[in-house]
Design a protein around this ligand. Structure first.
Ligand SMILES: C[S@@+](CC[C@H](N)C(=O)[O-])C[C@H]1O[C@@H](n2cnc3c(N)ncnc32)[C@H](O)[C@@H]1O
Length: 261
């Protein structure tokens, strides 16, 4: 997972399914350094790898199971239970962990963007970091779709800023300190095959593996933040940075808060 350029060799291809502008598929394949496949080709092997393809106007990540139908995409609609206004009320354990006075947040591990978009919809000023070029491509597509939504246009809002790269390096070179840095690295599952994990997270793990440098990321976040670091962690895992200042309990997870000064 730490060498994104070579990480996808033999694992991922861009898939053209006979629809849309082929040159855009080719550009994506070249940018990611992965092969371009055509699902109508005689030698097409559906078991080869993960695939990225545009379906229904969204860039989607597919595994063999999802090839027939569907695909995983950055979901831009509010999650169940979230209020559909903007800004949504700053309620619940995530908002409590981010802190009442927090205005600016960096999500250093954006992944599928679900926490990031929750944070964004609560009205925080958000910058998103993601080191995987595949996830960054999916996020860029999701943020583009977000930008085109009626309510975003009506309110004159811009999608969060997305920066592709290793947060450990990016955080060491910030121009200004955010109030809060949020990290949600990949922890090893409790059991080898966790039936509980969502499909999107299982695929992410299969594609990228665990984040073995999460302690370094935590240290980088602690040095770079203005006021606090929030670590999202499965409830069975030890706190990443030692004893936190405070913790907020979610469903099967915890938000550990580390205040600086
Ligand atoms: C568990 S997922 C995050 C899920 C995310 N919170 C969500 O709501 O979808 C972890 C993500 O962080 C990214 N990541 C891990 N370490 C990183 C680092 N040092 N810099 C940038 N991204 C990192 C991984 O590539 C992966 O996409």
């Amino acid at each position: 997972m730490n060498e994104p350029d070579s990480a996808y060799v033999g694992k991922l291809a861009v898939l053209y399914e006979g629809q849309g502008d082929l040159s855009i598929f080719r550009q994506l394949a070249e940018r990611l350094g992965v092969p371009l496949r055509n699902s109508n080709a005689e030698d097409f092997n559906p078991h080869e790898a993960f695939f990225l393809s545009w379906r229904d106007g969204c860039l989607k990540l597919l595994d063999t199971e999802l090839l027939k139908a569907g695909g995983l995409t950055v979901e831009i609609e509010p999650r169940a239970g979230e209020q559909r206004s903007w800004p949504a009320p700053k309620q619940g354990p995530l908002a409590q962990a981010l802190g009442r006075k927090t205005k600016t947040v960096i999500d250093a591990t954006t992944g599928w963007g679900q926490d990031a978009l929750h944070i964004y919809r609560m009205g925080y000023e958000l910058t998103c970091l993601e080191r995987s070029p595949v996830m960054a491509a999916l996020l860029a597509d999701g943020f583009k779709r977000l930008q085109e939504l009626d309510w975003m246009q009506r309110l004159g809002l811009a999608s969060p800023t997305l920066i592709q790269g290793n947060a450990i390096d990016i955080l060491a070179n910030l121009d200004s300190q955010p109030d809060c840095i949020y990290i949600d690295p990949m922890f090893p599952p409790k059991r080898k095959k966790s039936a509980l994990a969502k499909k999107s997270m299982r695929v992410l793990r299969d594609l990228l593996g665990d984040d073995t440098d999460k302690s370094q990321l935590f240290d980088a976040a602690l040095s770079a933040t203005g006021k606090r670091v929030v670590v999202k962690s499965p409830d069975y895992a030890e706190p990443l940075g030692g004893k936190p200042t405070e913790s907020f309990q979610g469903k099967l997870l915890r938000y550990d808060v580390y205040l600086t000064g």
